[in-house]
Design a protein around this ligand. Structure first.
Ligand code: NCD
Length: 293
């Protein structure tokens, strides 16, 4: 891995290698990268992705150059390209970027600095996808034949897009659950009723309702969405004993998932966050190593 823009950049072998390396890191197996400068350019809000990248970078002994859009020259109108070119010129070795524009990284292809995509609008979220895959892999040790349901605001979700692609390629059977207005028919997936599949799935991946990407006010009340598409207590009780529940978070409690289920025994939501640090260490280490060669 020399950079990571989209999950499409990684072969199935590279995905498995990234997960296995993350698991090794989790068990303490990693070297320091003390001479590396990194900056995290987040043009969209973030808690988990930004903070876990920062923990990952510091765990690896990297120098983290602080950057906030509000206090940077972005507020004077500097372009994304010029901001990144500046970071490259002053000696940064790698950039982690989150930006509201889908495919923003395409305008940066002329730069000589590797970019790790921390989310591009409703496009891709490859590092979230890899931490989700790590969490599933730790549970089942495989992807082949797993039954996965991705449920919620598919149309606006970069998490759905990346995960559908990767899981399908790795041999899982992935179905979508979504209200009509949030279905995306450019993705070749089958839409099902959650109540028809809930008792037969291995992974129930919930998505956040992306209010900030909707142009009008919410189409659903909390209750209508929860009763039609959310993980209610009744649905949770129908899950197989071995099934797991994922959500990239932030969670709208009582909407995508009943408040009392966020930390229920089948929930892996906080484990996903911990795994995010190891996954990002695995990605950073590979990108740095492959750019040194
Ligand atoms: C996701 C994101 O930002 O795409 N969150 C995250 O990175 N953990 C999902 C979301 O915000 O809905």
């Amino acid at each position: 891995m020399k950079y990571l823009h989209s999950i499409t950049d990684l072969s199935n072998e590279a995905i498995i290698e990234t997960i296995q390396r993350a698991i090794k890191i989790k068990n303490g197996g990693y070297d320091q990268l003390p001479d590396v400068f990194v900056s995290n350019l987040f043009f969209e809000n973030s808690t988990r992705t930004k903070c876990s990248f920062e923990v990952a970078e510091r765990e690896l002994g990297m120098h983290v150059i602080p950057f906030e859009t509000s206090t940077s020259s972005v507020s004077k109108g500097e372009s994304l390209y010029d901001t990144c070119k500046t970071m490259e010129s002053i000696g940064c070795d790698v950039l982690v970027i989150r930006h509201p524009e889908r495919d923003y990284y395409k305008q940066l292809e002329g730069l000589n600095i590797p970019i790790i995509n921390g989310g591009d609008g409703s496009g891709q979220h490859p590092t979230q996808c890899l931490l989700d895959l790590m969490t599933i892999y730790e549970e089942y040790g495989k992807f082949e034949g797993l039954k996965v349901v991705i449920c919620g605001d598919i149309l606006n979700s970069r998490v759905a897009r990346s995960n559908f692609e990767a899981l399908t390629r790795l041999g899982a059977h992935v179905q979508f659950v979504a209200p009509e207005i949030w279905q995306d028919h450019t993705i070749d997936a089958e839409y099902v009723d959650i109540d028809d599949v809930i008792n037969d799935i291995d992974v129930c991946m919930l998505l956040r309702v992306q209010h900030e990407r909707h142009d009008s006010k919410s189409h659903f009340t909390k209750e209508t969405y929860h009763n039609g598409y959310g993980l209610t207590i009744e649905r949770y009780n129908q899950l197989k004993e071995t099934a797991i529940v994922l959500h990239p978070a932030p969670v709208n409690r009582g909407v995508e998932i009943d408040d009392s289920l966020v930390e229920a025994p089948k929930s892996r939501i906080f484990k996903q966050m911990s795994n995010g640090v190891y996954t990002r260490m695995s990605i950073l280490a590979q990108v740095i190593e492959n750019n040194r060669k």
